[in-house]
Write a protein that binds this ligand. Structure first.
Ligand code: ADE
Ligand code: ZN
Length: 326
């Protein structure tokens, strides 16, 4: 339709994408076969049938299991390039992607294998599509502070190619406060800081992300809507929220796209953006997320353009590059 073409044609940045969450079932089988790794599924249909989640932890269990097929630099490169191919087809011209090094180093895959593979995919996407990208290292919050510090240490040789640190995995019971010192260290190294907060966790976790982690951007942030003073604070600061509509529905944090608060966020003056989170698991890439909320909430072209514009304003591109995209 016309609106589909309008959405695809909108230049956009993707700011919330876990590269391990772009592992499609077909590619899971391909990597399993070429690496001689056994997987507990008989077919691609079997894998897709297993993607029914009732909360974040349900999803994380299967997402970490799936990542076990990723072993070599070529795997990480191919994974990244497959994502960039799909993103480019959806009109993404810039992407700031998350990776979870601990998921791999804890299985014996060296940090450098992961980083070099992803960076090769990023370089190829720039050549092939003109798509620019940045890399954000996420600490797994269910692990402890010492493990996060070790991971930051392992990242040192690659810091010229890593733009920021993030915080993901099981939110409940793992408040931002747990990572205050490691985020301070990352900030002192000149890294940007982002954190998942208010996806499942309470507004207090969002306050902590702001006050203790000094985040430059907030991932999800949905539960800020329960706290009007917090909404006012985020709006006043022009804080970017990387909202993930299909993820919210698949993880049962929002009942359906028909009641998704994306337009309420805009009306409250929040700088909301639209992102895919883990598209291979949640049923769609960024274009699909835009189409789902456009239809579910009846968004007009102005609102869709605002969401796309917000993605550049909230990106870590320098001011000249942002201006060139607006
Ligand atoms: N890791 C991958 N996707 C995630 C999400 N939506 N929340 C927390 N951790 C994640
Ligand atoms: Zn996420």
């Amino acid at each position: 339709s016309d609106l589909d073409a309008f959405i695809t044609g909108l230049p956009k940045a993707e700011l919330h994408l876990h590269i391990e969450g772009s592992l499609e079932p077909e590619q899971m089988f391909e990597f399993a076969q070429r690496n001689g790794v056994a997987i507990p599924f008989a077919s691609v249909e079997d894998v897709r049938a297993a993607y029914e989640f009732s909360n974040l932890q349900d999803f994380l269990d299967i997402y970490y299991a799936g990542a076990d097929v990723l072993r070599t630099e070529a795997d990480f490169r191919d994974l990244a390039l497959a994502y960039f191919d799909r993103a480019a087809a959806d009109g993404v011209v810039h992407a700031e992607i998350f990776f979870d090094p601990q998921t791999h180093t804890h299985r014996g895959v060296p940090f450098g294998v992961v980083a070099n593979g992803l960076l090769a995919g990023m370089d190829e996407a720039q050549r092939k599509h003109g798509l620019t990208s940045k890399l954000i290292l996420c600490f797994l919050r269910h692990l402890d502070e010492a493990d996060a510090f070790r991971t930051l240490e392992q990242a040192q040789p690659w810091l010229d190619r890593i733009d920021g640190v993030g915080l993901d995995s099981s939110e409940m019971g793992h408040p931002p406060a747990k990572f205050e010192r490691v985020f301070a260290a990352a900030g002192a190294m000149g890294l940007k800081r982002v954190a998942h907060a208010g996806e499942e966790g309470p507004p207090a976790y969002i306050h902590e992300a702001l006050d203790l982690l000094q985040v430059d951007r907030l991932d999800h942030g949905n539960r800020a809507l329960e706290d009007p003073a917090l909404v006012a604070r985020l709006a006043r600061r022009g804080m970017t929220l990387t909202v993930c509509p299909l993820s919210n529905v698949k993880l049962c944090n929002v009942a359906s796209v028909d009641v998704h608060p994306i337009d309420r966020m805009l009306k409250l003056g929040l700088r909301a953006t639209v992102n895919s989170d883990d598209p291979a698991y949640f049923g769609g890439y960024i274009g699909e997320n835009f189409r789902a909320i456009a239809q579910g909430r009846g968004l007009d072209r102005d609102q869709l353009a605002t969401l796309a514009r917000n993605s550049f304003l909230g990106s870590f591109l320098d001011d000249d590059a942002v201006a060139a995209h607006l």
